[in-house]
Design a protein around this ligand. Structure first.
Ligand code: HBI
Ligand code: FE
Length: 278
């Protein structure tokens, strides 16, 4: 990593100079202007309207344990509630951080949460994850023990993946199963992925849209599946239980090496062995 930015894309919005060597910085909750709290409340109202019909039960239960309705969450308060549930805490970061720092935080049960919020004119789409994507999208599910254990195990695999040149397959697992995962509950498809639940368009597309391919979660298939970062997903993977994710990490080093050497599957393409979920 070079200096204070590491291997990050250029032009990121956050104040990386204010971050420490682990890329965390103080949240300074008192410094948020009323306009930021108002933006948070608008996003929160829009997304929570979709949850009863489209969100996984564990997401809704996690959100109910956190006090996120009144405005930008105070990470110290949210961490106290999260620690009581699964031992996880939030740490404030200026935005995307280098992969090795990200993995190290997950392995230590610290979830990096961007501390700034989007501008009102960015309500429907934002390129970089902001505090609404990270805190509203990711944190509620960290109260679910099996998912929390998976994410900690995922973080621990970062070092191995970097050593064997398999960061791309590991990133695909995060993208498909942490950002865009679906779960089947009582025969219905529900969203638990943060990238889905922090976006109203993606929430409807993922769970109710006719277009996307929905496939039964298969870790080998996911590790080879490329994805678009700036469009609705053409393919979603469906689990039956959060323990399926933790189980998939058990022999991941071997699977990562296999996926590293295999041909990627293009976004939206079909592959032999796919098991569609209706
Ligand atoms: N940094 N803050 C932050 N949040 C992320 O979700 C994140 C990151 N850095 C890297 C990254 N995600 C992805 O490359 C993961 O697949 C590792
Ligand atoms: Fe995310």
């Amino acid at each position: 990593m070079d200096g204070s930015r590491g291997n990050l894309p250029a032009g990121l919005r956050g104040d990386y100079a204010a971050a420490g060597p682990d890329f965390t910085l103080p949240q300074d909750w008192a410094a948020y202007p009323p306009a930021d709290h108002a933006t948070w409340r608008r996003l929160y109202a829009r997304q929570t309207a979709l949850l009863p019909r489209h969100a996984a039960a564990a997401f809704r239960a996690g959100l109910a344990r956190l006090d996120f309705a009144t405005g930008v969450p105070d990470f110290a308060q949210a961490s106290a509630r999260l620690r009581a549930a699964t031992g996880w805490a939030l740490v404030a970061v200026p935005g995307l951080i280098p992969e090795d720092a990200f993995f190290a935080h997950l392995a230590a049960r610290r979830f990096p949460v961007t501390h700034w919020i989007r501008r009102p004119e960015e309500l429907d789409y934002i390129v970089e994850p902001d505090i609404f994507h990270d805190a509203f999208g990711h944190v509620p599910l960290l109260t679910q023990p099996a998912f929390a254990r998976f994410l900690e195990a995922y973080g621990r695999l970062g070092e191995t993946a970097a050593r064997i040149g398999a960061l791309q397959p590991l990133a695909r697992l995060y993208w498909h199963m942490v950002e865009f995962g679906l779960i089947r509950e009582a025969g219905a498809l529900r969203a638990y992925g943060a990238g889905i639940l922090s976006s109203s368009a993606e929430t409807l597309h993922a769970t109710a849209g006719a277009a996307p391919r929905r496939l039964r979660f298969d870790v080998r298939r996911v590790l080879r599946s490329d994805y678009f970062i700036d469009d609705l997903q053409p393919t979603y993977f469906v689990i039956d239980d959060y323990a399926d994710l933790f189980d998939a990490t058990q022999d991941l080093p071997a699977l990562l090496a296999e996926a590293r050497d295999a041909a990627p599957i293009p976004p939206g393409a079909a592959a032999p062995g796919d098991q569609p979920v209706t």
